[in-house]
Design a protein around this ligand. Structure first.
Ligand code: NDP
Ligand code: OXD
Length: 306
């Protein structure tokens, strides 16, 4: 068995050693143009040539949860695309989103500014019932985030493609319930996959539907958000702020107006990092199942794009 690696997050040797520990006879190597064709691949954002040169790939394991970069490529029809599910990312996403929500809800930025200025001042109390949080995407990560927010007793709404039931969370589904979901939410957390249906979904129309003083947390993909529309709604005062971890162009260009914006917090795509050990263990388990001819979770539906 030949396994091609492309752009593993950590050291390539970690992956080679880890795979050899289970399949000592396997040929595992970093791919570069002209490499021998492989049976399986473990890759993050490979170029088109990666697939063009490997027409017999049985499966590609995406080194991340989001497969939008792969879905832009022509992948051989028989190649199964398998993504990471959780693999240590869900708890990180819950930490990040809860931190952003709590920082805004408790006015901690204002307290930090006051502390720097040597000012002792209490903000008005905000009650949870005035702070409903809407989670777009109730998949592996969105579910964990919604549950973590419930742990802090926020009212939580969730929107998915198909209807889902999650304890103490108000569910909305499909395009026809999007406006009702937005109108019921003050804070919006985007955890959707990037697909033809979801690109630019955070635009002026949808963000205007959030409750007055709304707050946007985008931890999914930069192309979900129309940057100029967010800026316009911050200027108009309809939105109070945003926490953004993902951007249309990464790294965020130095001249971008998000940098230094007083109402926008920025992080460099770190809300949920890919963890080597967890990812290796999950991929080994899935590859063992595939080799036994068993079904595996996390196979991407190419027609819907996630
Ligand atoms: P899942 O595939 O498990 O969940 C996706 C959710 O989105 C599902 O609930 C799905 O609905 C819903 N959805 C998809 N399309 C639509 C639509 N058109 N309308 C309404 N709902 C829709 O993905 P994960 O939770 O694992 O990951 C979500 C995304 O998070 C990834 O695609 C990636 O882009 C991003 N991510 C970002 C990271 C970061 O560090 N910033 C790290 C990891 C992931 P249904 O349940 O009905 O199928
Ligand atoms: C992912 C990511 O999709 O890191 O896993 O963004």
């Amino acid at each position: 068995m030949r396994i091609a690696l492309y752009n593993p997050d950590g050291a390539a040797q970690f992956w080679i050693d880890g795979l050899h520990a289970v399949w000592p006879e396997a040929e595992v190597a970093l791919w570069s143009p002209g490499s021998p064709a492989a049976d399986f691949a473990i890759a993050w954002a490979p170029p088109q040539a990666f697939f063009d040169e490997q027409p017999g790939l049985q499966a590609v394991f995406n080194l991340g949860a989001g497969v939008d970069a792969l879905m832009r490529l022509r992948i051989p029809p028989q190649t199964q695309v398998v993504r990471l599910e959780d693999a240590g990312m869900a708890v990180q996403m819950a930490e990040y989103v809860c931190h952003a929500v709590l920082r805004h809800f408790r006015g901690l930025d204002a307290y930090e500014a006051d502390a720097r200025a040597g000012r002792w001042r209490k903000q008005d109390v905000v009650v949870r019932s005035d702070f409903p949080v809407g989670v777009m995407g109730l998949g592996v990560l969105g579910t964990r985030v919604a549950q973590a927010l419930r742990g802090f007793e926020f009212p939580v709404n969730a929107w998915s493609r198909q209807s889902k039931v999650l304890a103490d969370v108000r569910g909305f589904a499909g395009a026809e319930q999007l406006d009702a979901f937005l109108a019921a939410s003050k804070v919006l957390v985007c955890l959707l996959p990037l697909t033809v249906d979801t690109q630019n979904i955070l635009d002026h129309r949808s963000l205007s539907k959030l409750q007055q003083g709304g707050y946007v947390i985008n931890v999914a993909r930069g192309a979900h958000l129309v940057d100029a529309d967010l800026l316009a709604l911050l200027d108009s005062g309809h939105l109070a702020g945003a926490t953004l971890d993902v951007f249309r162009t990464e790294p965020l260009p130095s001249e971008h107006p998000f940098w230094g914006h007083p109402q926008i917090h920025i992080t460099p795509h770190i809300s949920a990092r890919t963890l080597d050990a967890e990812s290796l263990a999950q991929i080994i388990g899935k590859l063992q199942a595939l080799l036994r001819g068993q079904p595996v979770d996390g196979v991407v539906h190419r027609d819907r794009g996630y």
